[in-house]
Ligand binder design. Sequence first.
Ligand SMILES: C[S@@+](CC[C@H](N)C(=O)[O-])C[C@H]1O[C@@H](n2cnc3c(N)ncnc32)[C@H](O)[C@@H]1O
Length: 216
Amino acid sequence: MTPERYQKFQQVLNRRQLDLTVITEDVHKPHNFSAIIRTCDAVGVFAIHAVNSRSSMPIYNQVAKGSEKWVACHTHTNIESAVSDLHQQGLKVYAAHLSKQALDYRMIDYTKPTAILLGAEKSGVTQKAADLVDGHIIIPMLGMVQSLNVSVAAAVILFEAQRQRLAAGLYERVHLAPDIYEQMMFEWSYPEVAASYRQQEKPYPRLGTKGEIIIS
Ligand SMILES: C[S@@+](CC[C@H](N)C(=O)[O-])C[C@H]1O[C@@H](n2cnc3c(N)ncnc32)[C@H](O)[C@@H]1O
């Protein structure tokens, strides 16, 4: 690994936002799911939550361009567990949902801990999910079609969140705890070595200032 690559990992991890995330509710087309992950990486989302009540979700590498390596994905078999996990972590959950009570997505304060729930391609957000969340948001549609592609909707909302967080200086401080930061640096720098340590249930070795492995 080159020093430049090591520095790039540091720059990216320094800006990761722990309290901004996405829940996908049965977004089942791999290219949509992968495009959402790619946007999450660009915005600085640390981890996302995928509810797959129907099937497992393959990631379409051509679209994600490898971003699935940089954004963790927690899977849930039902929407209740995903929303309640995030509520317990203190996040407000807003469903991107074309309902009558939905607010314009620009009215939300995304500098607060926030999760955006996105619905399935055809059926949208389920009634159960719509009832569990803290509010509904909508991207105003002024044309002939009623809705955007789900990955486009995700990008529009997440880049508004990024805009607000940049203005609030939230990308200027590190949000990850030091132990998680070190763990991520090791996993990103040496994925195969990290996998072998995990398999052996051994703690990772430390990294030196230039990213070299220090065996003590
Ligand atoms: C293709 S849309 C689903 C359309 C579905 N017929 C419906 O009525 O919800 C897939 C998902 O993208 C998001 N989405 C698409 N357009 C949106 C918009 N204008 N405002 C908010 N969310 C939108 C929502 O999360 C939606 O569930």
